[in-house]
Design a protein around this ligand. Structure first.
Ligand SMILES: C[S@@+](CC[C@H](N)C(=O)[O-])C[C@H]1O[C@@H](n2cnc3c(N)ncnc32)[C@H](O)[C@@H]1O
Ligand SMILES: [Zn+2]
Length: 279
């Protein structure tokens, strides 16, 4: 079933050759890399919204080394065990990663989800406001429909998704609830207090306490909430810089403190995340 909505008029947008087009003739070309730019001027606060090219490349290089495979595995297992527990027999499960960045997580879980739903099939969608992120994501996997779009104005019809994944990104629960099926689930992943504490101890002279339960989950019920803790050894100074560059700490920490990272050729860091299943 076609679930794509024209970002201009809200009518269904059909894929015809290399274009998405609605009855009102609003058309959007599918780029040769396989993604579609659905961003309208009022979706953007700047010319290049979202994470920068440098942050995305740093993230891609870091994630491709497998340092966050633990996180990928936990999110994937959460979805697969929910599919199994709920005996979700939806034909053609629709799964979306909102704020997918350069696509590491969604691309890395679809083979196993496909295996879990092999009798019924699944369709995958990735959305990010950063065109560069979506361009990189499209290079990872051509079996996902990748869209540059705003998560506050998703180009999808109401009640169409079985799973919405939101990892380390802003979650608009109102918009997500609109596109979620009645029995659909949101998989919401956030960093917790201990996350990267060893890195933070290097780049901040004084660590300030961040409030971690501040997410606004208005309108959503928490079905399950699980904290995860693990350690990973970052094996080079280059990878440590990539890790720093893909996080907001790169902008927050002072230059002279960031340079202290150069004293480290490797570092064991804590991974501390929470995964909530919402509906
Ligand atoms: C911290 S990154 C996380 C990326 C990816 N989920 C991951 O964990 O690797 C946050 C992402 O949200 C995207 N983003 C920020 N505002 C957005 C919006 N309004 N709509 C869609 N994506 C947005 C950024 O471009 C960035 O890729
Ligand atoms: Zn239209």
């Amino acid at each position: 079933m076609n679930i794509i909505k024209c970002p201009v008029c809200g009518k269904k947008s059909e894929k015809k050759d290399k274009t998405y087009i609605c009855v009102n003739h609003h058309s959007f070309d599918i780029a040769k890399q396989g993604y579609t730019n659905f961003l309208l001027n009022n979706d953007k606060k700047s010319k290049e919204p979202g994470d920068t090219k440098e942050m995305l490349n740093a993230r891609k290089n870091f994630l491709d080394k497998g340092y966050y495979k633990f996180i990928l595995e936990q999110v994937k297992n959460t979805i697969i065990s929910d599919i199994t527990d709920a005996q979700n027999n939806s034909v053609n499960l629709n799964v979306i990663d909102v704020g997918c960045g350069e696509g590491y997580y969604l691309s890395g879980m679809i083979n196993d989800i496909d295996e879990a739903v092999k009798n019924t099939g699944a369709h995958y969608y990735g959305v990010d406001i950063s065109k560069e992120g979506i361009r990189l994501a499209a290079l990872r996997n051509e079996n996902v429909e990748w869209f540059a779009a705003n998560s506050f104005n998703l180009p999808f019809v109401d009640n169409c998704f079985d799973y919405i994944i939101s990892m380390f990104s802003i979650l608009d629960t109102k918009e997500c609830s609109r596109v979620l099926k009645n029995n659909g689930k949101i998989i919401f992943v956030t960093a917790q207090k201990e996350h990267l504490k060893e890195l933070k101890e290097i780049i901040y002279p004084v660590l300030t306490e961040k409030k971690y339960e501040a997410e606004n989950l208005h309108g959503c019920d928490i079905i399950k909430s699980t904290d995860y803790l693990s350690k990973v050894m970052i094996e080079s100074n280059h990878d440590l810089w990539n890790l720093l560059s893909m996080t907001p700490h790169f902008w927050k920490a002072e230059e002279k403190n960031k340079l202290l990272l150069n004293d480290h050729d490797s570092l064991e860091v804590t991974i501390n995340i929470n995964i909530k299943v919402l509906n």
